[in-house]
Design a protein around this ligand. Structure first.
Ligand code: NDP
Length: 229
């Protein structure tokens, strides 16, 4: 049975990914600070910003076939808030690094998969999102370089870049921007918000055997682009 770790698997996009991978028959561990796994998924308490805790967690698993770096934190105006800046970088970037390093040490050669949830903000700038944009651009750079570093082991490393996805994170941002969900949807060319399950579908493909030749890529999942402030 394949072993898959989904960080931030307790809510939102991570929860949908955990359920999707479990439906394929994998043993799935959803790791977050406050574990609340969906049915059929194991929960684990983990703060991805804590390198030593990440190492202990992965050492306890033995083998890992799939790592989904999904745990994330967003926040506006970090330019004027150093604590927020460091928290956003620590969660999105350092968390991804800690987990990738620990998982790779336990990933068998041939068939291993790392998929990181970046963002369309990893591909463009938004004025009040300096830390989040920096972190998401960085995880895409990390993905491209790490893919080359482990290509010879038959392990693939990819990122997906969602636009608006209906979760608590997006709802908080819409409130900040004074947008209703319908107004946010109107800024998407296809006219609706992406569901967590639609992101999970792409992640399951990249994590599966059919995507063995795809590595070092950053795949937008944004309904054709996004009107952002
Ligand atoms: P949510 O805020 O709904 O969920 C975030 C998840 O991450 C929770 O399970 C949370 O659990 C976990 N988490 C946060 N910090 C840590 C930490 N330090 N260690 C371990 N787990 C942590 O977010 P989404 O589901 O919306 O976002 C998931 C990913 O998708 C993120 O990387 C986000 O940046 C990205 N994304 C989201 C978009 C959207 O529109 N929703 C668009 C583009 C990208 P707990 O608090 O218990 O630790």
């Amino acid at each position: 049975m394949r072993v898959a770790v989904v960080t931030g698997g307790s809510r939102g996009i991570g929860r949908a990914i955990a359920l999707r991978l479990a439906a394929e028959g994998a043993r799935v561990i959803a790791a977050s600070r406050r574990p609340d796994p969906p049915e059929g998924v194991e929960g684990a308490a983990l703060d991805v910003t804590d390198a030593a805790a990440v190492d202990r967690f992965f050492a306890g698993l033995g083998r890992v076939d799939v790592l989904v770096n999904n745990a994330g934190l967003a926040g506006a105006n970090a330019l004027d808030d150093a604590a927020l800046w460091h928290a956003i970088i620590a969660t999105n970037l350092h968390g991804t690094y800690h987990c990738a390093r620990a998982a790779l040490a336990r990933m068998p050669d041939g068939g291993g998969r790392i998929v990181t949830i970046a963002s369309v903000l990893g591909l463009r700038g938004v004025a009040d999102q300096t830390a989040y944009c920096a972190a998401k651009h960085a995880v895409i750079g990390f993905t491209r370089a790490l893919a080359l570093a482990v290509a010879g082991r038959g392990i693939t490393v990819n990122a997906v870049c969602p636009g608006w996805v209906a979760t608590g994170m997006a709802e908080r941002r819409w409130q900040e921007l004074g947008l209703t969900p319908a107004q946010a949807a109107a800024g998407v060319p296809r006219g609706r918000i992406t569901s967590p399950e639609e992101v999970a579908e792409a992640v399951a493909f990249l994590a599966g055997p059919g995507a063995a030749a795809i590595t070092g890529q950053a795949l937008p999942i944004d309904g054709g682009g996004l009107a952002l402030p």
